[in-house]
Ligand binder design. Structure first.
Ligand code: ADP
Ligand code: ZN
Length: 634
């Protein structure tokens, strides 16, 4: 038995490591000595620095913004015979001095410090003087100015690492989006090569995930009440608790009323309620005198209940990450639990308003266009989750970069269940033979494209469009030209999008993203892997983000507008918007597209005559729009 196994048993009273904990600890002690650990809350991250601190010679320093947590951990460590203490503003000055004296004598194995404390150069110097063996940064995402938990004092940690020169550094967080990860690496000087990134534990096998899109509010309400019934049973004898998330304060109150009418003990919860009221809701939910809380995203931190059987969203949350956090509150006891996301086309407009209203402000309250774009991008990622034709669990795991835990069809999400119904040809939870062929044909189309054209042109090629542009690109010559000619163009495009969210196709980064096959896409095309994608429903489905502008889809198009061309122009706009990471209206307004669809300009000069097409827009977007027009030429 190694030292760390022994310490695990004797000091921490645990019988075995989660495999990733061992990996992190070994990297920290004997490997690269620079480690980033990303695992969900409650996953067991603190062991990754506590155990090394307990076995290393010298003092380890942990930076943590959560004082209550420090107190808890210090108490638990002391009880286990690990000499630990903490420094925070809640202590009497005398007590701080006393502790500091002991710390500087090297009496402690582990010292927790609130980040604000390290703004004192004196303290940093003295800590440098004891040559700390390890520096741990907990809640490392607080360094990200994009996040909700931004702490200005975290920005100085890079500098503090340089001054303390700890031989080992570990950063922990439950927030795993690639952007935040990169920020942590950059600001802490933990470039990806020098440091081990360990990202694990995002899989939640006891959680059943489903999405229902419906534009009828009555339908959505019914589904929500149904979900409560299914998960909790009878209101007389509920089997556990439930959380219903709504996007606005007003809606929490309305939904809570409806839930109360069905006999549940329910309360709304949002930041507009008095602190005493919110505490009371937290307490009653924890002691089970409430069955359901209908809440905004303000409800979360203090939830102390493991028997939450379902989390229902009656409106789409702001990002995949927010969704994962919120739905992840179900089934903490390991028993089966459900997550249901209800969404309607109205959610897009709602989210835009919410982002413009509050989310688009930086920590100082100033509206920042980059921040608005960032939040909108995160929301569009969630919309991709909504329309994904592949396993929802795998989508989330891929989103977080937790590839190692992807399941290749989990069997407990709505998409896998629908795949299951399709028959057994390719094995369980894979598409029917017929659908599998469609998917393989599209993959072949992407492969044959060989970097020539963007997604829209590839879908035109598969659909069999024959025009000047496709000929110029050589796409009409390909054996895959027209392979899917029995399907509407919009459908083929929707299928290609699903291949992207399923991880079979990826887009190159750059001004004009080009689709290409991922290794999984290649294996699937060659039938080495079963097809685990649902093809879009047969009716021509508008790409989701088009519902962005509801008036446009609801109103009759003017007579002179070619509706197919208009749709293609919107698809082009969507591609451009996604490629640039801006909302579609920033590329141009519907009115501009309507005019293009009516006048069908074929030259830059003609395009300049269109409302809203100034020189800057023409420079940026002129070529793809002209190409779309020419691809519709008779
Ligand atoms: P995090 O910091 O990731 O939010 P914690 O470190 O607080 O999570 O751990 C949550 C709980 O999991 C703690 O009660 C801890 O004792 C327990 N735990 C951690 N590692 C293991 C393990 N290998 N085996 C069993 N329990 C563990
Ligand atoms: Zn699944």
């Amino acid at each position: 038995m190694t030292d760390i196994d022994l310490a695990l048993r004797e000091r921490f009273g645990l019988s075995e490591f989660h495999p990733w904990q061992r990996e992190a600890i070994e990297e920290l002690l004997e490997g690269r000595r620079r480690v980033i650990v990303i695992a969900p809350t409650g996953g067991g991250k603190s062991l990754c620095y506590q155990l090394p601190a307990a076995v290393l010679e010298g003092t380890s320093i942990v930076i943590s913004p959560l004082i209550a947590l420090m107190e808890d951990q210090v108490r638990a460590l002391t009880a286990r015979g690990v000499a630990a203490t903490y420094l925070a503003s809640t202590l009497e000055p005398e007590e701080v001095k006393r502790r500091e004296r002991e710390i500087f004598k090297g009496r402690y194995q582990l010292v927790y410090v609130a980040p604000e404390r390290l703004e004192s150069p004196w303290l940093v110097d003295r800590l440098a003087g004891i040559r700390p063996a390890l520096l741990a940064i907990d809640e490392a995402h607080c360094i990200s100015q994009w996040g909700h938990d931004f702490r200005p004092s975290y920005l100085r940690l890079g500098e503090i690492i340089e001054r303390l020169k700890p031989p080992r550094v570990i950063a922990c967080t439950a927030t795993a989006t690639p952007i935040v990860r990169r920020e942590i690496q950059e600001r802490l000087g933990l470039g990806s090569e020098q440091s081990a990134v360990i990202l694990r534990g995002f899989s939640r096998p006891n959680l059943h995930l489903a999405v229902v899109e419906s534009d009828s509010s009555t339908q959505r309400r019914k589904r929500m009440l149904h979900a409560l019934r299914d998960a909790l049973g009878n209101p007389d004898k509920p089997k556990g608790g439930a959380i219903v998330y709504a996007a606005t304060r007003r809606n929490t109150e309305k939904v809570a009323e409806a839930v109360a009418k069905s006999g549940w003990r329910v309360a709304p919860y949002h930041a507009g309620l008095a602190a005493s009221v919110r505490e009371d809701v937290n307490r009653r939910f924890a002691n089970r005198s409430l069955d359901v809380v209908v809440a905004t995203n303000a409800f979360g931190m203090g939830i102390d209940r493991a028997d939450i059987r379902t989390v229902v969203h009656v409106q789409a949350p702001g990002s995949v990450e927010a969704y994962y956090q919120e739905v992840g509150r179900a089934g903490r006891d390991g028993q089966p639990a459900h997550g249901l996301l209800l969404t309607s086309s109205g959610d897009l407009g709602l989210r835009r308003r919410l982002i413009g209203f509050s989310g688009g402000r930086d920590p100082g309250g100033v509206q920042d266009p980059a921040h608005v774009q960032q939040q909108w991008r995160l929301f569009l990622d969630l919309m991709r989750y909504v329309e994904a034709g592949s396993c929802r669990h795998d989508f989330i795991l891929r989103y977080f970069g937790d590839e190692q835990e992807t399941l290749g069809g989990c069997g407990h999400c709505d998409v896998c269940e629908r795949l299951e119904e399709r028959g057994e040809e390719g094995g369980p939870r894979s598409a029917s033979e017929e659908e599998a062929i469609l998917v393989r044909k599209s993959l072949a189309g992407v492969a044959r494209n060989q970097g020539r054209a963007g997604l829209t042109a590839v879908s035109d090629m598969l659909h069999g469009t024959d025009n000047e542009r496709l000929r110029r690109l050589g796409l009409t010559e390909l054996s895959t030209h027209g392979l899917l000619r029995d399907h509407p163009k919009a459908w083929v495009l929707a299928l290609l999008r699903r291949l992207i969210t399923a991880g079979l196709v990826d887009l190159s980064t750059g001004e004009f993203p080009i689709p290409y096959l991922t290794p999984l896409g290649i294996a699937t095309m060659k039938s080495e892997e079963p097809v685990r994608v649902l093809v879009p429903p047969p009716e021509v489905r508008q790409p989701r983000a088009h519902k962005n502008d509801r008036q446009a889809s609801e109103r009759e198009l003017p007579n002179d507008v070619d509706p197919l061309l208009f749709e293609s122009l919107r698809a082009t706009r969507l591609d451009l918007a996604r490629a640039k990471g801006v909302p579609a209206y920033v590329v141009c307004h519907d009115r501009t597209l309507l005019e293009i669809a009516a006048h069908k300009p074929t030259s830059v000069e003609a395009l300049a005559g269109i409302h809203g097409m100034g020189p800057a827009r023409i420079e940026r977007y002129g070529e793809p729009f002209l190409a779309t027009v020419s691809s519709h030429a008779p």
